[in-house]
Ligand binder design. Structure first.
Ligand code: HEM
Length: 517
């Protein structure tokens, strides 16, 4: 009995000692690595030399955006974000990094792949080049404008219908409280539904949230499996997330098959939209088309890339207009003066040409509140030579470089009084120079491919809404011109996972509307 007990105690002690030894080795190695890291000359908090925890904590809490701005404001244009992460907020350095495929997208893009790598998630320059060639004509402005009627019908005109109904049903005379954030959110999904899936998801018109719910669960699923891949095999534990992924996949499959069946029966598609263009997309160099698994992934990507990005930008724009009444009034007056005839919707090209102040407002909104400014890391060049960034040499293997887009847009040496929303920055002689310091759509070879669609939605939505309705914050609005910090209206706090939008929109994004005529 006694020898058996002694045996098991000594086995336990051996296991314990081995574990302790292993922990000591790992901790010592990591400490030595941190102490002698070539990134130690990069300014930043002491803790960040030893761990990525503050960085990952901010990513998981959705506060990366503020975290990165805070560190850059304190430490300058190159900061130590974590043990093996630095961030850059210098626009010309960022443009240089983004100009070619030398600095490839970071490892996290590959981890969150849904079925197959897409034009967005791939870190392989060849695949990205092929896809961008295949999709080049699809996202060209001429192609997007050929779909403008659909964009208007399922976008701002549908939102107007729903807000007019709210006014009709309101107990108050010509006044209703609506939630602009949910309105824009539904609208952006319905636009992607009609353009990319062959039919609207009816989020706005019928309040059908099946797709938006499933899609948001899919994002959680991708984020979790990206970090903990074993979850891919744990359907029993995460059934709702698996069901959501399957639902999105089925909807995409069905859309593609319905369209192919229609063509087989009628000899031609019902219309030329994004779905049709993705199905038909050919590489101009090789003639290659996209096979079914890739087709499903690229079509599903439209949901991730083309919905919250645009709707959050619209939400931030309304927030800024409500916080700066003089900007709101000037923009509203410009729109009503230039487009007095209410019988036809304002279209993209005329809004862009006739409303320079709207262009300035949108640019300024994307400067202060870029909707894609989360964790966007880039790898060091594959040639093993490392790179010099903002005067610091970063050797190969030292870590990843993050794009400090939000911080770049808030540099006080470039943008005086950077937190102030001031569209004048994009109205005068400095406009071209200032646009060079803007990276809301990124830059270079991986620049946003859908920006033309975004611009059409942004112009048509803002111009038509501000012509038709007067907007006013409710007296109970938690944020507004009445709540200032250092003389500047406090912004609604943001929450940034992939895109950055207002936190707690149910409470923070209400607005009173009334018909202006
Ligand atoms: C205001 C709206 C939008 C903003 C601010 C925006 C911003 C961005 C940014 C910053 C990137 C670079 C991301 C990175 O490097 O990881 C990007 C990439 C991308 N965007 Fe957008 N985007 C918007 C709307 C759209 C729309 C409407 C679509 C398509 C329907 C779209 C499709 C894409 C795609 C496919 C990429 C990846 C391009 C590549 O890696 O080659 N975006 N976008």
């Amino acid at each position: 009995m006694l020898p058996t007990l002694l045996d098991s105690i000594s086995t336990l002690a051996l296991v314990g000692a081995t574990l302790a030894f292993y922990v000591i080795v790992v901790v010592t190695r990591s400490l030595l690595r941190s102490l002698f890291s070539p990134l130690n000359t990069v300014p930043g908090p002491l803790l960040n030399k030893f761990t990525n925890l503050p960085l990952f904590y901010s990513i998981l809490r959705g506060t990366y955006y503020e975290y990165s701005i805070r560190l850059h404001t304190q430490y300058g244009e190159l900061v130590r974000l974590g043990r093996d992460h630095v961030s850059v907020s210098n626009a010309s350095e960022l443009r240089r990094i983004l100009a070619t495929h030398t600095f490839r997208k970071g490892a996290n893009y590959e981890r969150s792949v849904y079925l197959m790598p897409t034009v967005f998630s791939t870190t392989d320059p060849d695949l990205n080049r092929t896809r961008r060639r295949q999709f080049g004509s699809l996202y060209a402005m001429s192609s997007i404008r050929s779909m403008e009627d659909l964009i208007l019908e399922h976008g701002v005109l549908s939102l107007i219908k729903s807000w007019d109904k709210a006014l009709e049903n309101s107990e108050e005379e010509n006044c209703a409280t609506v939630n602009y954030h949910y309105g824009f959110h539904g609208m952006s999904f319905d636009i992607i539904g009609i353009l990319g899936f062959g039919k609207s998801f009816n989020v706005l018109s019928q309040g059908d949230t099946a797709m938006t719910d499933a899609f948001h669960k899919l994002l959680v699923f991708l984020a979790m499996t990206g970090r903990i891949p074993i979850i891919q095999h744990m359907r029993w534990a995460f059934k709702p997330l698996f069901d959501a992924r399957d639902y999105v996949t089925q909807v995409v499959h069905r859309s593609i098959e319905t369209r192919k069946a229609y063509i087989a029966e009628n000899g031609k598609p019902p219309r030329i939209d994004l779905l049709q263009k993705i199905i038909d997309a050919r590489d101009p160099l090789t003639g290659e088309v996209i096979d079914m698994p890739n087709l499903v992934s690229e079509t599903a990507l439209l949901l991730a890339a083309g919905t919250d990005t645009t709707s959050n930008t619209l939400s931030w724009t309304i927030m800024h207009l409500m916080h700066y009444p003089h900007v709101y009034q000037r923009l509203r007056d410009d729109i009503r003066r230039e487009f007095p005839d209410h019988s036809t919707p304002i279209r993209y090209e005329e809004a862009r040409k006739q409303l320079p102040y709207l262009t300035a407002v949108l640019n300024e909104s994307m400067r202060v509140s870029p909707s894609v400014a989360s964790y966007l890391p880039r790898r060091l060049p594959m040639d093993g030579n490392g790179a010099t960034v903002c005067g610091h040499y970063i050797p190969h293997g030292a870590g990843e470089i993050c794009l400090g887009i939000a911080a770049c847009h808030r540099r006080s040496d470039i943008w005086p009084d950077p937190s102030r929303f001031d569209p004048e920055r994009f109205m005068g002689a400095d406009t071209d120079g200032n646009l060079k310091n803007m990276l809301a759509f990124s830059s270079g070879v991986r620049m946003c491919i859908g920006r033309n669609l975004a611009w059409v939605e942004l112009y048509t939505t803002m111009a038509n809404l501000l012509r038709r309705y007067d907007f006013k914050l409710p007296d109970s609005a938690p944020y507004g011109p009445h709540r200032t910090f250092n003389g500047i209206p406090e912004e609604i706090p943001g929450i940034a996972f992939i895109t950055s939008g207002p936190r707690d929109p149910t409470r923070n994004c209400k607005v009173e509307i009334s018909l202006a005529f």
